[in-house]
Write a new protein. Structure first.
Length: 430
């Protein structure tokens, strides 16, 4: 993984007290407003560069989210970045002529802070005027601008088509990062969708307090699976569409989806289930089927290494993994989740859930191993700023971290990496 941060010029404008400005602020002939927009864009760029320079020991990505729609602005950005050694630049241009995609994007835009409390019709009219102002000044990104070859990716109709061009920046020694970006952009879309995450547990090994293994569900685990089935049936009846289910291949996963697959929308349709070995829990290698007490007693040096650096610690023995390994393993599945339309249910284990939640919550990698994982069903719904999170309670009894395996104190505050047991929405059981 690498550190990524977004720097949005619109947020900078709103934070400076100019939230809710009218469409006239974006008129290319409004010289005073144009100078203000230029200053804020360059300040945002400076903040982006400072972030990139502050990250040590790993690759980092800074995203300058501004209206860089003219050759003049892009040349200013390129010239500023060229002053910084070790920083490469890639322009990203979104082109859309699909009216359905545009209308959905406009709908999401009306939820940002510029239109808080505004009448919906007036807000839409003002935003459409803003779009017209942008169109007056817009100049597509070219292969060469002001005599300089540009590296860019063009997204057409929200991912229907992608165009990639690599310029001649001598500082860029590799095409790996653009390729990863290209893959991600090819997976994203603006369609309405919901992702549900639920930890499959407790298993029989969870109850025993031992790591790993491939045991079936404990009685409470089956109770949770039945509650999830009831929840999905009710939701599917409202949406008139079945959710698709993704899970691993361990026995506890298969027992859970066996209960889910039996009941579909309308009573006779089956849910689509995708069983993937790479969705299985982190492999603990030699420590499989051992308790933390046994590990502390038999392998005290390993236990201490894990406490010191939980992110990079790799379990010893055949197949042993670290959180960094798990992040790499989940990359393909995160792209798959971004591609899906409609509702998707992910049945996973605690550490896999941490990686997925860290991605959707934009949690720093260093904090990810210590995240509290909800015992509830997590609902992630697409919004204008990413995904909105909501929790739906599932059956639970007893000490949370004990049943799901022992945790590790966070180095900052000493709190255990247990599960968050706050209850938000009651779910009935069948």
């Amino acid at each position: 993984g690498c550190q990524v941060r977004l720097f949005n010029a619109g947020n900078l404008r709103r934070d400076s007290g100019q939230a809710g400005v009218s469409s006239d602020f974006f008129n290319p002939h409004n010289e005073e407003a144009k100078q203000q927009r230029e200053r804020m864009a360059m300040q945002c760029l400076d903040d982006t560069i400072e972030f990139l320079k502050s990250v040590k020991g790993c690759v980092s990505v800074g995203i300058l989210d501004a209206t860089n729609t003219t050759i003049e602005r892009r040349s200013h950005v390129f010239a500023r970045v060229a002053q910084e050694p070790g920083i490469s630049m890639l322009f990203l241009e979104s082109i859309c002529e699909d009216d359905a995609v545009l209308q959905e994007n406009y709908r999401l835009k009306l939820k940002n802070a510029d239109y808080d409390g505004a009448d919906a019709c007036q807000a839409q009219a003002d935003f459409m005027k803003r779009v017209k102002q942008y169109e007056q000044a817009y100049q597509p990104v070219e292969d060469v601008e002001d005599g300089v070859a540009r590296s860019y990716i063009k997204i057409i109709d929200a991912g229907r088509k992608l165009v990639k061009c690599r310029g001649s920046d001598p500082r860029s020694k590799s095409d790996v990062v653009p390729k990863l970006v290209f893959d991600l952009l090819g997976s994203l879309h603006l369609g309405t969708r919901t992702i549900f995450l639920m930890v499959v547990a407790p298993s029989e090994n969870d109850v025993k307090g031992v790591l790993g293994g491939d045991t079936g569900l404990a009685p409470l685990g089956k109770e949770r699976a039945r509650a999830l089935r009831s929840f999905l049936c009710a939701r599917e009846a409202e949406e008139k569409e079945n959710a698709q289910v993704i899970c691993g291949t361990h026995q506890r996963h298969l027992e859970t989806v066996a209960l889910l697959k039996k009941v579909g929308c309308g009573g006779n349709r089956m849910r689509r289930v995708l069983k993937l070995q790479r969705m299985n829990e982190m492999c603990v290698g030699t420590f499989d089927n051992m308790s933390m007490a046994e590990i502390e007693q038999l392998y005290p040096e390993e236990a201490e290494s894990r406490r010191k650096d939980k992110l990079n610690y790799r379990y010893p023995g055949e197949g042993g993994e670290s959180y960094q390994d798990l992040v790499s393993r989940m990359h393909e599945h995160i792209l798959r989740l971004e591609q899906y339309q409609g509702s998707t249910v992910v049945i996973c284990d605690k550490r896999v859930c941490r990686v997925l939640l860290a991605y959707f919550r934009d949690t720093p990698l260093k904090d990810m191993p210590y995240m509290k994982v909800p015992t509830e069903l997590v609902e992630l719904e697409r919004s204008h700023s990413g995904f909105h999170e909501k929790l739906h309670s599932m059956p639970w009894r007893g000490k949370v971290s004990g049943l799901f395996g022992p945790g590790t104190p966070h180095p900052k505050d000493g709190t255990e990496d247990s599960f968050d047991v706050s209850l938000r929405t009651q779910v009935s059981m069948d």
